[in-house]
Structures are given as structure tokens and as C-alpha cells.
Design a protein around this ligand. Sequence first.
Ligand SMILES: O=C[C@H](O)COP(=O)(O)O
Length: 248
Amino acid sequence: MMNIAQYLDSTYLKTPQQSGLSEEETLQKVKDLTQEAIDHHIFAVMIRPDYISKIKDFLKEKNSDVVLGTVIGFHEGTYSIEEKLNEASKAINDGADELDFVINYEAYLKGDLELVKDEFLRCTQLCIEHYKIAKWIIEIAALTDKQIADITKNISIWAEENFEAKDLKNIFVKSSTGFFITENGKPNGATFEGIQIMLDNARKLPIKAAGGVRTPEDAEKMIKLGVKRIGTSSALSLIKNESSTEGY
Ligand SMILES: O=C[C@H](O)COP(=O)(O)O
């Protein structure tokens, strides 16, 4: 069996409003997720920005090298560029190592490629200046295959044209938030087909598969296809070699 843990971003991204839990219960949940990551040598935890500062302290107390990630503009991606920059700056100051931005795919679908390019360049620049990893969620369930190819290729070309070659490994294209509402039971997250299209068009950028990855077999298959990271709210089941019917 492959060592899946080293590829995983173990996520808890529900807000108290979405889960019905209190702030304290949510903090306890992200602490438990972090302890689990420490115990099982999971690469990273990915949590909402509100909890970064406290979890950074928790990781320091535990003397842990688990990587701390957060989400920006989550989950619709429609925040303005200034709002995304402010949220990202605060998360960096609070101690985030990796920032997963939701791209403004609504703007992309309306044909406003300039806005998407502008947010990509400015937010990625901020991450590079602070030696942080930037990941760009394109929300593949909202896109056709042709659009998945097109946006992945555009991001890759913008990255190559505007950042140094050494920084490209720190700029990911990520498939999904896991929160997109689809119709007709269509998968809302990472599909093998969608991931393959991303891999075929990402040129030098690494790919993160996220959303609906529930079995160790699927995780292994994604890794064999070539993804460098997997985001999942079922991390523990995956590394215990079990399937999970749903995340969280
Ligand atoms: O960014 C990661 C996703 O939220 C994970 O999605 P999931 O809950 O379907 O595993």
C-alpha cells in the first residue's frame, strides 16, 4: 500500500452556521483534526481562517511540523480582489503556511478573464513574497471539460509568464471546494476525468484533487495519475484503509 498520508490535506471547512455547532465546538473539532494529523503523520490540515491563529499555537505547543492551510474566498469565489487579499494577508499574519483560493469562476464563466488573471497574479504574488504555497480552486463541477482545460492552461501560462521558475512548484491548481451544489446527482468534486484534463493542461504547475475523495483506492489512483496533493474531509478513513460514505 502506498503512503497516502504524505499527500493529504485533512480538511474541516464547515462554518458553525453550516454545521450547527458552536464556535467552541468547531474549535474543538479543528483541534481534534490537527491532533489526528499529528498522530498519523498527515501532511497538512486545512481549516477556516478564523481558527488559524489558535491552531498555529496548538501546533507550536505540540512541536509539530504538520503544515497549516486555510481557504480564501471560500466557497463561492466571488469576493473582490481586495477582500481576497485582505483575508489572505490576515491568514498569513496568523500563521497559515498554505492558502487555497477559490478563483472567481463566475467571472470566468461570464468571460471576464482579465479579472481572474488580476486576482490570480496579485494574490499569488502575496503568497510568494511571504514564502507561502498558493492553490487555486477552479471548481470543476461548475465547468465543462473544455472550460476546465482552458482555465487550467490559462493559470499555468500566467504563472510561467509572471513568476520565477523556482516558484512554480508552489502554485497549485485544485479541482474543487467540495461545497458546490450540483444537479442530478452529478459529482461535485474531483472526478478522474476532470483531474486528467487538469493534468494534461497544467504544464509545470502541480495539481491538487479535492472534493469527494472517500476511498484509499481512489486516492491511490489520483496519486498514480499524477496529483501532488489530495484534499479530503475523510483523511483518517483513507489512511486506515477504509472507505467513507461521506466526509466530516
Ligand atoms: O478543500 C477540500 C474539500 O473541502 C474537501 O472536500 P470533501 O469534504 O468532499 O472531502
